[in-house]
Design a protein around this ligand. Structure first.
Ligand code: 13P
Length: 288
């Protein structure tokens, strides 16, 4: 099955009280590992790229072809959506054109009026092609692709204004941040999440910065309407850790240990194991 829009899988997750894992990919190995993990756990998945990661891999079209080709050659049968993460207005338009099945337009750094105008346009363009859309209200803290946004709690009235445009799922700041959580992190703000849920009439929500949030908190967030959880840093950390151990143990110097297929294997295995753990933890395993 080629890539599908995320609308149906997200709506099913919303009704069934679990969250679709949305894993950021960085290259071929990452994509293969994510697909292997979700196939083995029978998990519906969103594979997403930032604009920077897509550029690194050669461009949006390459990513569309790579994901579709891997689904085919690996015999993947679980539903897979290919999503643009934190898209600009231009990036979202381009991805809709070249075959992403889902896009995020992140207008959170614009005034709410401009965010509404641009979100409306992207939603119309995407829906005309059967592509699902995520929009964002209130910045997510931390740094991603060199763009730093201050963490904030999204304003429920602003969330309603964007949700009412017909967006398929909404990202809203609730104390979450991208990257590693600092030791003194206060945790997710469930009060604000509940207020937003009410204001947007229980539309599915997206939790960014999913790496390192304890499962008790992600479970509570799911009960309050979160249906997609974004994961990037956590897979990067386990990959780097396993690769460092391989090199520090001098394994690349033994025999043909320098062969990339050997050198990258411990990191790849670590990605698969972590992705499976997250599919289970978000309640999405077995839901394909
Ligand atoms: P982490 O890197 O913190 O997992 O966040 C990923 C994310 O939210 C992508 O938009």
């Amino acid at each position: 099955m080629p890539i599908v829009s995320a609308t149906e899988m997200i709506n099913k997750a919303h009704e069934g009280h679990y969250a679709i894992p949305a894993f950021n990919t960085n290259n071929l190995e990452w994509t293969k590992c994510i697909l292997q993990a979700v196939q083995e756990t029978q998990t519906p998945v969103m594979i997403q790229t930032s604009e920077g990661a897509a550029k690194y891999m050669g461009g949006y079209k390459m990513v569309v072809d790579m994901v579709n080709d891997l689904i085919d050659s690996m015999g993947i049968t679980v539903p897979v959506a290919l999503h643009l993460d934190h898209g600009t207005y231009e990036g979202a338009k381009k991805c809709i054109e070249v075959g992403y099945s889902s896009v995020m337009f992140d207008g959170s750094h614009f005034s709410i009026e401009e965010n509404i105008e641009k979100s409306k346009e992207i939603i119309a363009l995407a829906h005309a092609k059967g592509v699902s859309v995520e929009c964002e209200v209130g910045g997510i803290g931390g740094t991603e692709d060199g763009v730093t946004s201050n963490g904030e709690l999204a304003d429920p009235a602003e969330c309603k204004a964007i949700a009412d445009l017909g967006v398929d799922f909404l990202a809203a700041g609730i104390g979450n941040i991208h990257g590693k959580y600092p030791a003194d992190w206060k945790g997710l703000n469930f009060e604000r999440l509940a207020e937003i849920k009410e204001a947007i009439n229980n539309k599915p929500m997206v939790l960014h910065g999913g790496s390192g949030i304890p499962f008790e908190q992600t479970k509570k967030a799911v009960e309050l309407g979160v249906s997609k959880i974004n994961i990037n840093t956590e897979l990067q950390l386990v990959f780097a850790d396993a690769t460092r151990k391989y090199i520090e143990a001098g394994k690349d110097l033994e025999g043909k240990g320098y062969d990339p297929r050997k050198l990258l294997k411990p990191g790849a295995d670590a990605i698969i194991a972590k992705a499976k753990e997250l599919c289970e933890g978000f309640g999405a395993a077995g839901k394909a």
